[in-house]
Design a protein around this ligand. Structure first.
Ligand SMILES: NC(=O)c1ccc[n+]([C@@H]2O[C@H](COP(=O)([O-])OP(=O)(O)OC[C@H]3O[C@@H](n4cnc5c(N)ncnc54)[C@H](O)[C@@H]3O)[C@@H](O)[C@H]2O)c1
Ligand SMILES: [Zn+2]
Length: 364
């Protein structure tokens, strides 16, 4: 088993990565002495494939458990779903001392974490991420939230899990487009922090796309370690360092917003184009080298992610970049590449440069 520690003083925790790890969940909880009762938040689809395995593992260790089913979409991150989950949890718990387990992707993880952080002013929380995006990104770092009408993730908290259990085998039932969605974040880690890891991706992308278990274990461990280091250095985004994780996301989020978070472009696809736009901007500012952009573009293509997006209103995208949540005191913060493995944060980039970069990446 690969174990990565997120170092946060008393709130430190491990990310445990191993093929088949889901069946050891009960054992891990028992060893950590977290709780005798578990409230598992998931959706119908995930429960139908992995529910029995988790239930058996918990029951074997004498951990009483109950599943709570939420809708399979971003709708699960709503006030109504949070409220229902809390009421059912209170009914089940009755003071027994319960922990909350998230079994699912980023949607389930964000909602379950917010439920855990608010119920009885916080009960132990366990992440069992089942999408690649959740295993390399959303399950690590303690950001939990629900959406309200005017914005995504506006109501939330920093609430760290007690442990993250990542089983690469659960990714086998994930549709290929969801795998690519997570791979956009994986490529992001290579660009912002780790040149060697970027080369590993270039050399192994076909094995990764075939879900080779050893490659996936290595990839999830590398990304977990990189994210853990960023979170340990700037848990609550106070120094600004954590904002490097936003690489490719300023324009990426703007693309998603301009299509009203519709199905035509998913998050990873928008981030892939957003990373290329950030590179185009850096080239125009003479900050980066063209040969690095060529490598990024080639890797994105091999991954099956887009390098351009279709049918999007450029003016709408530019306007949406002004609403990016990483704006600090009215100033946009652009995370721009300097080289593969190294980025810089800039607040002054002319709108004309941004427009030119966005235009280059749009077709149709
Ligand atoms: N907290 C954070 O730091 C953070 C970071 C990034 C993203 N997020 C949030 O994560 C969410 C997106 O997460 P996501 O990309 O994992 O999407 P998701 O949770 O919607 O999962 C994608 C789809 O895959 C299905 N699925 C999940 N696991 C499966 C499996 N093993 N086999 C088959 N199908 C499976 C889900 O039911 C869903 O239909 C967004 O709400 C976003 O805001 C949070
Ligand atoms: Zn992202």
């Amino acid at each position: 088993m690969k174990k990565i520690k997120v170092v946060l003083g008393k709130r430190s925790y491990n990310i445990c990565i191993k093929a088949g790890m889901l069946s050891s969940a009960g054992n891990i909880l028992k060893t950590l002495n977290i709780a005798n009762t578990a409230y598992i938040i998931t959706n119908k689809k995930i429960k139908s494939v992995y529910g029995k395995r988790l239930e058996a593992s918990l029951s074997k260790q004498g951990i009483l458990n109950k599943f709570h089913i939420v809708p399979d979409s971003e709708k699960a991150k709503s006030y109504a779903c949070w409220c229902k989950a809390i009421h059912n949890l209170a009914d089940f718990d009755k003071g027994k001392g319960v922990c909350v387990i998230a079994l699912g992707g980023g949607v389930v993880g964000d909602l379950a974490g917010f439920v855990a952080s608010t119920y009885r002013r916080g009960v132990p929380f366990i992440q069992i991420p089942t999408t690649l995006l959740a295993q390399v990104d959303s399950a690590i770092g303690g950001k939990v939230a629900i959406d309200i009408e005017c914005a995504k993730n506006l109501v939330g908290a920093f609430y760290q899990p007690k442990v993250v259990i990542s089983d690469p085998l659960v990714l086998r039932s994930l549709p290929p487009r969801q795998i690519r969605n997570g791979l956009a974040e994986v490529i992001k880690y290579g660009i912002i922090l780790d040149k060697k890891f970027f080369s590993y991706l270039e050399n192994n992308i076909s094995k990764i796309l075939k879900l080779n278990p050893a490659c996936l274990e290595h990839l999830i461990a590398c990304c977990s370690k990189l994210k853990a280091e960023v979170v340990s250095a700037d848990e609550e985004e106070k120094t600004g360092y954590r904002s490097i994780l936003n690489f490719g996301h300023t324009i990426g989020h703007a693309i998603e917003a301009s299509v009203s978070y519709g199905k035509s472009v998913n998050h990873g696809e928008a981030v892939a184009v957003g990373m290329l736009c950030a590179f185009d901007i850096a080239l125009m500012l003479n900050m980066a080298k063209e040969r690095d952009l060529i490598r990024l573009e080639a890797l994105i293509k091999k991954t099956g992610l887009p390098t351009r997006v279709k049918g999007i209103n450029i003016a709408k995208v530019i306007k949406a970049t002004s609403y990016d949540k990483k704006i600090i005191r009215g100033k946009k913060r652009w995370v721009l590449p300097v080289a593969i493995g190294h980025v810089a944060v800039c607040s002054k980039v002319d709108d004309s440069i941004i427009r030119e970069a966005i235009k280059k990446r749009f077709c149709g």
